[in-house]
Write a protein of this length. Structure first.
Length: 237
């Protein structure tokens, strides 16, 4: 404690407080009035000793450079992996899909009365041409008929041998296989026995399997986003 400074303060306020209390107030003077050693000027005056910032690291002088981040924590972001690219050569296909790359164009029918020009042969792929949904009259109402901007159509195929058959599509269109009845409209919708997709990079987007008996069937396509649809009906081994 600076007793000389306290004594002076005590003399100034002794008429109000005892000297002992004045000494306590002087000792509690605001920080910032630094004590000067005998013979040295107080802090803040010319020639006063400077306080080194190293003694008070949280009181760095204004304008000091900001600390630099650790090199390990500021590493450049890694590039995103590129999407899977398909090879230039055709991918290997299972035997039942071997004809997928040899498609012939075939326009779908708009109703059951014009099916004669829309026959699919088992094991032969076609590049299907579809019609706007508003033009089509299905034999049975599809579960997912599609909207006004979608495409669909009707095909027919004949099964000679009881077996499992696979319908392969190049898009995610909805299909129904219908066992043709005695009338041109109506028929029995066949239940599917399996679903899947073709090999990567093959172009086969969707596959649906059916167990079929000999007879004539309709293939109803609905809800496709484009007017073209690669298509194949194949018998499984």
């Amino acid at each position: 404690m600076n007793y000389g400074y306290a004594r002076k303060t005590c003399m100034m306020i002794r008429r109000f407080l005892p000297c002992g209390a004045a000494s306590i107030l002087a000792a509690m003077a605001p920080v910032g009035v630094a004590e000067a050693a005998p013979g040295q000027p107080a802090s803040g005056q010319a020639g006063a000793p400077k306080v080194s910032p190293e003694r008070f690291p949280m009181m760095s002088p204004v304008g000091a450079p900001a600390p630099q981040p650790d090199a390990k924590s500021s590493a450049a972001p890694q590039p995103m992996p590129s999407p899977m690219s398909c090879p230039s050569d055709p991918v290997d296909l299972p035997p039942e899909l071997a004809a997928w790359t040899k498609r012939e164009p075939l326009l779908a029918a708009r109703d059951t009365r014009s099916l004669s020009g829309a026959r699919i042969e088992i094991g032969k792929a076609v590049e299907g041409g579809l019609r706007p949904t508003g033009e089509i009259r299905y034999a049975t109402k599809p579960e997912k008929p599609g909207g006004s901007t979608s495409f669909g159509g009707l095909y027919t195929f004949r099964v000679a041998q009881a077996a499992r058959y696979r319908v392969a599509l190049g898009a995610a269109a909805w299909i129904d296989v219908v066992k043709a009845g005695a009338r041109q409209t109506g028929g029995t919708v066949m239940a599917s026995t399996g679903h899947g997709h073709g090999p990567d990079c093959s172009g086969v987007r969707k596959m649906v399997d059916f167990s079929l008996q000999p007879g004539t069937y309709l293939l109803q396509i609905s809800g496709n986003a484009a007017a073209r649809l690669p298509l194949l009906v194949a018998r499984l081994p």
